[in-house]
Ligand binder design. Structure first.
Ligand SMILES: [Ca+2]
Length: 265
């Protein structure tokens, strides 16, 4: 679905140049191939709508709020965690391909892939309130205390003012100096940004200050035993701060998991 455009290729070329320039002075940064790779343990498995092309996922008070993509199939939905039942849903017009989702002050903000527009809804009623504009593609969305954090499929994360989406700052995400591209669904967890990387079984843990990957979570095997579509990739991270629960799922996955990260010895 998402593919590299000419514009994307140019961005990557420019980024590679910047990376080269930055890395020449610090060769020791290249000595280690990657940050630590942790594994996981499944604590609980829940049903998930296998028709949901998950692009955004958050947890609030016993429910998941989910954004699903594809033109003609894009939705905003409220899902009961325990059963996977969709208890509330709003469909988007066919022209929009929904992407990342986050909450701010009782409102939900939903990105679109290539329409340069985010929809703002009332969290309780899903009634549309207004729209926000941004440049580039929309992939993942999360938040810290100050505002939103947006991924756009590149190695860049943009920090946005919550009311206007005006850019405050940006970081380039790197692992031992190498840019990490295709950053997708996001979740801000206890001072770190967790990010799916498109078409991989890994989640990156990223320092919001420096953009450095501090560790990876290798989720290979999570859906072993299931026959999945080639686009049914790991995507969707949600966090229950009150009970310190970490949830992950994927596009078109019939399951959503609560997992525990197991540090590699
Ligand atoms: Ca999320």
């Amino acid at each position: 679905m998402k593919s590299l455009t000419a514009r994307g290729a140019l961005v990557l070329t420019l980024a590679a140049g910047a990376y080269w320039a930055a890395s020449r002075g610090v060769p020791e940064a290249l000595a280690q191939p990657s940050a630590r790779v942790d594994t996981f343990r499944v604590l609980k498995a829940y049903p998930h709508d296998s028709a949901a092309y998950t692009q955004g996922l958050i947890y609030r008070d016993g429910f998941l709020f989910e954004s699903t993509g594809l033109n003609g199939q894009s939705t905003l939905r409220k899902v009961r965690l325990e059963t996977g039942e969709v208890v509330q849903q709003r469909r988007l017009e066919r022209t929009y391909f929904a992407e990342g989702l986050e909450e701010w002050n009782g409102q939900l903000v939903q990105l679109t892939w290539q329409s340069n527009i985010a929809f703002v809804y009332d969290l309780a009623s899903f009634a549309p309130r207004r729209t926000l504009a941004y440049t580039g593609e929309g992939w993942g969305l999360t938040r810290d205390r100050e505002g939103f954090i947006l991924s756009d499929g590149t190695e860049r994360l943009r920090f946005l003012q919550p009311d206007t989406f005006r850019e405050i700052r940006r970081v380039t995400v790197t692992d031992r100096g190498t840019p990490v591209r295709d950053l997708n669904e996001l979740e801000y967890i206890r001072g770190e940004i967790y990010a799916n990387v498109w078409h991989t079984d890994r989640i990156a843990r990223i320092s919001p200050q420096s953009g450095r990957v501090t560790a990876w979570i290798d989720l290979r095997g999570l859906m072993s035993g299931y026959r999945l579509d080639s686009e049914a990739v790991l995507n969707g991270i949600a966090y229950d701060a009150a009970r310190n629960r970490l949830f992950v799922t994927g596009k078109l996955w019939p399951r959503l998991f609560e997992i525990e990260v197991v540090p590699r010895k």
